[in-house]
Design a protein around this ligand. Structure first.
Ligand code: SF4
Ligand code: SF4
Length: 190
């Protein structure tokens, strides 16, 4: 096992089993019907299907859960939540797993956490994501000069089709600021 893999394996033990308790309550009534898996548009890229993930949650398999990338790939589309015959809050459960991974600062989720943070920072500033600013902040946070090279050809393709602008974002009053502040105030009360 190389050093990074050893660190990741060790990280996965950082989240103690009892952190799963609230999530177990959310999915306790799961009947393993596979509807969530069949509904998930991102399932093809996940190492465990959503149905398997809920089983692992109920079995307290903390290490396996936090070594997997299943919940990190959830794009919160709410399909599974809408279609689950037991009416379980599956998207919230995925979100809760992401929050644990961020709180515990697990190595394999650091990039995902930075991705979310920089995305939200850009949305907060402009009311929508500014792709160029977002990717610049994201790459800077990763502190790896080689990472942007992996995305260079995709970036050029998007620019050539006019999907991404090189121009700096137009400065305007933060249109969503009051909503962000209200959410922060609500979160402080929780
Ligand atoms: S759709 Fe609901 S009941 Fe069916 S496997 Fe998924 S979580 Fe369980
Ligand atoms: S909310 Fe997440 S897990 Fe559920 S269907 Fe959408 S991407 Fe898949």
């Amino acid at each position: 096992m190389d050093q990074l893999a050893a660190k990741e394996a060790n990280d996965a033990t950082l989240a103690p089993a009892d952190v799963l308790a609230p999530i177990q309550e959310m999915v306790r009534a799961c009947i393993q019907c596979v509807t969530c898996t069949g509904s998930c548009p991102n399932e093809f890229a996940m190492d465990y299907t959503p149905r398997q993930l809920w089983r692992m949650v109920l079995m307290n398999q903390t290490k396996k859960i936090f070594q997997s990338k299943t919940f990190a790939l959830c794009s919160a589309c709410y399909y599974c939540t809408l279609r689950c015959p037991r009416g379980l809050p599956l998207t919230e459960a995925m979100e809760a797993l992401k929050q644990i991974a961020a709180r515990e600062n697990l190595t394999q989720y650091k990039n995902s956490v930075q991705f979310y943070k920089k995305f939200i920072q850009s949305v907060r500033r402009h009311g929508r994501v500014n792709e160029m600013e977002f990717m610049t902040m994201y790459f800077a946070a990763l502190k790896n000069p080689l990472t942007p090279l992996r995305f260079a050809s995709l970036g050029l393709k998007l620019m050539s089709k006019g999907k991404v602008s090189m121009l700096p974002p137009i400065r305007q009053a933060r249109p969503l600021e009051s909503i962000f502040r209200k959410v922060e105030a609500l979160e402080e009360r929780l």
